[in-house]
Design a protein. Structure first.
Length: 361
């Protein structure tokens, strides 16, 4: 599996802590550097290639010609004959008819991920999004009309000023659209973001934990009623449409990450590229080390498996932990035994991170 990080945004959303830059002048040099990194690392890519994911940032800010160059380079560098899923993250305002038609002609991407976040114009402005609620709906419909069957959208709950009625309306609007997958995340205040500064100065008041948990439960109930499978804490899919790429992160499948700030995993080591476009470009072309890495200990591998597994409906192998360790969670109804696995219930997914930390070595 291959991940390509595209670190460009028109502007940074107030809550975002990911590395990104608004600089358009660096885009062509960035593409050149990613293609050079691909050549340097193509022997690291585990075969067969099942999934490709372009994330960011905002990959849809790249021109069609730049995306074409990257798609062509991937096709030449690695064997894509077994490719099952190729995802392109997009902002709603970028999904023009010409852009969608161009992506369809390229033939690489068969899954579109649209950063909707909210169907409320006031909330969209609050968190620094550029699109409107109407544009979000039109983008999903345009993607479906262009022939994309596999469409996923993101929503955020726990937003300041988002009451339960508005949240329920947003979820119902999502399932009424032609989307096969929904990722929904609780708004978190990350250090160093504009949102963190707004909260610290009292300009923005965050909802309390009880309201956030209530909105999560509303989400779970609504998605279940609509026929979606809750396969990971924050992810829901129509049968057969779970994200194949992200699911492989959670079961610790090795992958190669290309681009500034991209992470990679080879089964034993994790590495991460420098989070600076200019330095990344210079270091890649001048043969300098452009990444850091760490070797995982046996305990690290155990803890990662427990942490990611308990966030998924598939759970973890029972041999990883003792029955004595799991018994309190079974009694609370957070864990069920399924053959040779311990699987979180929907209630248990609320406490997945806490359970995992208790089971770390």
């Amino acid at each position: 599996m291959i991940y390509v990080h595209v670190p460009f945004c028109h502007r940074k959303c107030t809550y975002c802590a990911f590395y990104s830059t608004p600089s358009a002048r660096l885009r062509e040099a960035y593409v050149d550097a990613v293609l050079h990194e691909l050549e340097l690392r193509k022997c690291e890519v585990a075969k067969p290639i099942r999934t490709v994911y372009f994330g960011g940032g905002t990959p849809s800010l790249l021109g069609l010609d730049q995306l074409q160059r990257m798609a062509d380079a991937l096709g030449h560098a690695v064997d894509l004959e077994s490719l099952e899923e190729a995802t392109l993250e997009c902002n709603p305002e970028d999904l023009t008819p010409d852009f969608l038609a161009g992506i369809r002609r390229q033939g690489l991407f068969n899954r579109i991920s649209i950063g909707v976040q909210s169907f409320d114009d006031t909330l969209l402005r609050l968190i620094g999004r550029r699109h409107t609620a109407r544009q979000a709906v039109e983008a999903v419909e345009a993607a479906a009309g262009a022939g994309f069957e596999n469409i996923t959208i993101d929503l955020i709950y726990g937003l300041p000023g988002l009451d339960d009625g508005a949240w329920n309306k947003a979820v119902q609007q999502a399932v009424a659209l032609p989307v096969k997958h929904l990722s929904a995340y609780s708004l978190t205040v990350e250090e160093g973001t504009a949102l963190a500064r707004q909260v610290a100065t009292g300009r923005v008041l965050m909802p309390d934990d009880e309201q956030v948990v209530g909105q999560y439960r509303m989400l779970c109930d609504a998605m279940r009623s609509a026929g979606y499978e809750h396969y990971e804490v924050s992810n829901f899919a129509r049968p057969g449409y779970a994200s194949r790429h992200n699911s492989r992160y959670w079961d610790r499948t090795p992958y190669v990450g290309l681009g500034p700030a991209a992470h990679s995993f080879d089964g034993h080591r994790r590495r991460w590229n420098v989070a600076d476009v200019e330095r990344y470009v210079a270091d890649v072309f001048e043969g300098r080390k452009y990444y850091e890495e760490e070797a995982l200990t046996t305990a690290d591998a155990h803890n990662e498996t427990v942490m990611t597994g308990l966030r998924t409906a598939a759970g973890i192998p029972s041999q990883l932990v003792s029955r004595q360790q799991m018994q309190p969670y079974i009694e609370r109804g957070w864990i069920i035994e399924n053959a040779d696995r311990y699987c979180p219930t929907e209630q248990g997914m609320l406490y997945a991170d806490g359970m995992a930390s208790d089971l770390f070595e």
